[in-house]
Design a protein around this ligand. Sequence first.
Ligand code: PEP
Ligand code: MG
Length: 318
Amino acid sequence: QEAQLSQLRDTPAMTVDGIRIHLEANIELPSEAQAAFEIGADGIGLFRSEFLFMGRKDLPSENEQFEAYARVVQTMQGRPVTIRTLDIGADKTLDGEQTVATNPALGLRAIRYCLAHPELFQTQLRALLRASQFGLVRILIPMISTMEEVHAVRQALDKAEQSLIADGVPYAKQIQLGAMVEVPAIAIAIEPFAQHLDFLSIGTNDLIQYVMAVDRADADVADLYDPMHPAVLRLIAHTINRAEVYGKPVSVCGEMAGDVRLTRMLLGLGLRCFSMPAAQIPRVKQEILSSHSAALRLKVATALNRAERIDLHKLLEK
Ligand code: PEP
Ligand code: MG
């Protein structure tokens, strides 16, 4: 069966009714990109850049970051590479930094942290712009909760560009900017984000945590951490449907995307791009190859507004 799965490498993920689904890889270190390429990933859907920053005393320099990002872009040979800016805070902290936040998951985390540390953010943005010379780079901003943050990021990106021009450092202009949809507020009021950004990526790990008020790492309440809760599914559906109106691509890069038991549900919600650990791609692809997207979409849409979790599970039985 493993051999069968590996044969799927060069088969595009296409549903029975001919819808091409993009299957991308999540990585934490540049060295993982090669395996993603080899298993046939359509791109990198999430490079968690914080792993370059963790477990060390100093911050990675612009050049060190540039080399790490460029390596991933070059490894992927023209397939798109989505690099998420530093998502620090909550469960991930920088060495030597003591959090005093009473509730770090709701505190100065991710983009909030970066906007509060503009020099650190500029260094990363310059490195990302420079790496975009070698292929298609998409910058992904974590924990966005307001349009003001989006505007502040655009300004920071403009500033980074201006400084590269002033220094005569080469970079490419076709860089795309997108946001993680993981704060419920923006999933509910998604329109301006879909309008003003180039793409969206739903971070279901955090979205579920914040929708359900359940710490994603707390085993005592793990049974309440439920990807199949209708509230979670409706937010995903809403994000996908609204983004469609603005012609913007949406992916899911949380754990849900790599869970083969949820593939048909996500197809039914209208999802066209999944990002997951590379090793899970063949199995999810296999599921897609035997799924009828339009039939699933009809099924899920009619059930979603009244269904309980249990009905939703039934719905997916073949
Ligand atoms: C998510 O929140 O779903 C996500 C992909 O990001 P992380 O797990 O790194 O918070
Ligand atoms: Mg997250």
